[in-house]
Design a protein around this ligand. Structure first.
Ligand SMILES: [Cu+2]
Length: 487
């Protein structure tokens, strides 16, 4: 962690950029703290057909920390859907790219599994019913993955050699169960929620809701719920928000509360805890950040970085970052990156409380075969020295537990712990981390020993992997212990 300037405790610090063996346009945090990444060739050209890469932060940022691996599945996983499976910690990858008549950006219906234990990517016997390019996966309370959106065929005007093709969309969701395979939600078809309507298919912004359904925001600002039971039911909910864009981020920063960035630097808070969503305007961002990312930090603030006011283009690229404080509703300007983070860039919270930012390009003005680590203000002393803060430490915590359980957590000293926070592992691509969510946990402290109560409901904390942080009286978080929430 670098020493920062005098305002490090106010703005945070970006570490120096370091190289990545491909453009990390997809990243998934693995239960062992490593990062799966994929989406381009080592040259930076669009393709997930032959390579993927794993980064082990424990090995630092040099070349030995990163492993370029061979994809032998035959699936081009460029712009696939992705999620960590809640029981095994394997990564489910669905769909991706396919070349038809020499043209890219058609879709496939392949299903692949990455297993961290051996770094292998393996094609699964059962494919999806629909081909999907740009689908979103949402883990349900029962541990299944709802797959929504994605395009099937692209528009192609044709040539003397090849016939034209029309664009078509995968507007019918499917559900994956690790135990029983795939089922299709045949009665939940919707062009408005996740199909042809104005980019609704394009990595739909969606969350498992406190009501036990998938809630979806579309680009036009409409809100839908998808009941995944049986053959599925989709319903438009009351409430609208300003028009957004497929390249703008949104994040569930508290159970059932989502910060959604909309067009022209607008933001709204949408509360989906009740039967009808409540949309409230939030303070605007400092800039229009098309293709920027929103990352929930260990203290529940939302950090937004990258993007450009002129699209996938350097002219309006925003190098400053900014942080939204849910307690005050205000934005604060943060540290400045050295690299533009545009289309196909990612940001993801790491278990040490830092944020991995990286990628951009394929296509874009720069092939960003690199990453930068952002160290948030909470990691620095508040005395203006720019030195790293002394951090609280969790000595022991259970690696797995169930809903409503009170777990013992042992700290490395008797200092007061002021917050225990739970942040779900990220899986990021296309300006959206489909699984990240945050909540405070209630707890009691007796000297070094804490009793921490886990969320009561799988609707507020779906099964899977979480980072458990202890925050001290100075607001400094510990490094996280990884907790698997499951039955
Ligand atoms: Cu893409």
């Amino acid at each position: 962690m670098p020493t920062g300037p005098a305002d490090a405790h106010l703005k945070g610090v970006f570490g120096a950029a370091f190289t990545w063996p491909l453009i990390p346009l997809h990243t998934v945090l693995l239960p062992d703290g490593r990062v799966l990444s994929y989406g381009s060739k080592p040259s930076g050209i669009q393709s997930g057909l032959l390579n993927y890469a794993v980064w082990d932060p424990a090995q630092g940022m040099g070349s030995k920390a990163k492993t370029l691996l061979s994809n032998t599945t035959g699936t081009d996983i460029f712009c696939a859907g992705q999620a960590l499976l809640p029981t095994t910690g394997n990564v489910l990858l669905v769909g991706g790219d396919r070349i038809v008549n020499g043209q890219r950006n058609y879709a496939n219906n392949d299903v692949n599994l990455f297993t961290p234990a051996d770094n292998k990517l393996t094609k699964q016997a059962q494919s999806m019913a629909y081909q999907r390019w740009y689908a979103t996966l949402i883990t349900t309370a029962s541990g299944e993955q709802a797959v929504i959106g994605g395009r099937i065929d692209r528009f192609y005007e044709g040539s003397t050699q090849y016939p034209p093709t029309a664009d078509t969309y995968a507007s019918t969701p499917e559900v994956y169960s690790a135990a029983t395979g795939w089922r299709t939600l045949t009665t939940a078809n919707s062009d408005a929620a996740y199909g042809s309507r104005v980019q609704a298919w394009n990595y739909p912004r969606a969350w498992w809701s406190p009501q036990g359904q998938v809630v979806i925001f579309n680009v036009m600002g409409e809100i839908f719920s998808l009941d995944v039971s049986g053959t599925g039911t989709v319903t438009q909910l009351p409430g609208t928000m300003p028009v957004g864009a497929y390249m703008l981020p949104a994040a569930m920063y508290q159970p059932g509360k989502i910060l959604s960035v909309r067009d022209a630097a607008q933001a709204v808070v949408v509360d989906i805890n009740g039967a009808s969503p409540v949309v409230t305007p939030a303070a605007p961002l400092s800039a229009d950040r098309q293709f920027g990312n929103a990352t929930i930090l260990a203290d529940g603030k939302v950090w937004v970085n990258g993007g450009s006011s002129t699209g996938n283009d350097l002219v309006g690229a925003v190098y400053d970052s900014e942080t939204w404080n849910p307690a005050t509703g205000s934005w604060t300007l943060g540290a400045t990156a050295t690299k533009a983070r545009l289309y196909h860039s990612v940001s993801m919270l790491m278990p040490d409380g830092s944020v991995l930012t990286g990628g951009g390009g394929a296509p874009g003005p720069v092939s960003q075969l690199n990453a930068e680590i952002y160290f948030p203000p909470y990691l620095y002393k508040t005395d203006g020295s720019g030195l790293p803060a002394v951090r609280p430490g969790i000595l022991t915590a259970p690696s797995a537990a169930s809903w409503g359980q009170t777990i013992p957590v042992a700290m490395n000293n008797k200092n007061a712990v002021t917050r225990m926070t739970l942040v779900r592992f990220g899986a990021v691509t296309h300006a959206f981390s489909n699984e990240q969510r945050f909540q405070d946990l209630s707890f009691t402290q007796n000297a070094k020993n804490l009793s921490v109560t886990l969320p009561a409901s799988a609707n507020n904390a779906p099964p899977g992997f979480y980072m458990l942080f202890a925050v001290d009286a100075n607001g400094v978080p510990s490094k996280a212990k990884v907790l698997r929430l499951g039955a």
